[in-house]
Design a protein around this ligand. Structure first.
Ligand code: HEC
Length: 255
């Protein structure tokens, strides 16, 4: 009995560990890997805004172009910003140890980030930066406290300020939605009006596209697996008919 209790306790350890990381509630995210246009926009945002610091060193430009339905010459012209060839891996030239000196922590490779952290985590993280003058880059993140990453999307989203105490913020006070106007009231993080080039919905859509793209990169063959899986099921269904007929034939004389 004691053994079982111990096993049960050990099984709980991962849950406890992740619970300790942050109480900030995640906004749910549902990837749509059939929406190639969304992933294309996400890729454009990624190479323009993220790839200066974050590589995707297990993913090739050519594979991405093929999966997202983009012609290779367009990718070469508009989406390869460094001196890469289309068949190259999506690496960057920033030196990891230099970067660690500049930011406190090196920007990690993001090929597998969506699988590591989960898409909902990413979607929430990228929308949870806010101004914090006590920090070296003047920003903090409600989900990833004291993050070393600057807020690289502030010109799109606008200036976000936190109107709560740290305690309230950590528990993710997202306010209540006013039923008539659909506006959020009393939420901790608020965007200062007219400071960003996108509206709140447009910004959420841009981040949706970005995370959709990162979800695809985390598992590029998922669409293929789902398609092949369907064929396998259809095959099994047809095969069952013949297998059953054969079984009846074999057992006919015994009964
Ligand atoms: C100027 C450099 C820079 C740019 C540009 C940048 N980041 Fe970062 N990012 C960092 C650094 C540095 C960290 C490490 C922060 C830490 O560990 O405290 C980081 C961390 C992250 C993390 C968390 C990694 C983890 O699991 O610990 C994610 C996710 C991320 N960045 C996504 C992005 C995305 C998406 C973009 C583009 C919109 C982007 N970053 C642009 C520097 C950058």
């Amino acid at each position: 009995m004691k053994k079982y209790l111990l096993v049960l306790l050990l099984a709980l350890v991962p849950a406890l560990a992740s619970a300790a990381a942050s109480n900030y509630p995640l906004d749910s995210f549902k990837a749509d890997l059939k929406d190639q246009e969304s992933m294309q926009r996400g890729m454009a945002l990624y190479v323009n805004r993220c790839m200066g610091c974050h590589s995707m060193e297990y993913q090739r430009f050519a594979r991405t172009a093929q999966d997202l339905g983009l012609p290779e010459d367009l990718v070469e012209e508009y989406l390869i910003l460094g001196d890469h060839a289309i068949n190259d891996l999506m690496t960057i030239s920033m030196d990891k140890s230099d970067a660690a000196g500049w930011f406190g922590a090196p920007p990690p490779d993001l090929t597998n980030e969506a699988r590591l952290r989960g898409s909902s985590w990413l979607y929430t993280y990228l929308r949870s930066f806010y101004r914090d003058d006590a920090k070296p880059w003047g920003v903090n993140n409600a989900l990833f406290k004291d993050v070393g990453m600057p807020n690289v999307l502030e010109d799109l989203q606008g200036v976000v300020i936190n109107t709560c105490t740290m305690e309230e913020l950590a528990h993710g006070n997202k306010g209540t939605v006013e039923p008539l106007t659909g506006k959020r009231m009393g939420q901790c993080l608020t965007v200062q009006p007219n400071t960003g080039s996108l509206s709140e919905q447009e910004f959420d859509q841009a981040i949706y596209d970005l995370v959709n793209f990162m979800t695809y990169v985390g598992e590029p063959s998922r669409m293929d697996s789902e398609r092949i899986g369907l064929y396998v099921l259809i095959f099994l269904a047809i095969f069952f008919v013949f297998a059953y007929a054969l079984k009846r034939e074999y057992w006919k004389d015994i009964h």
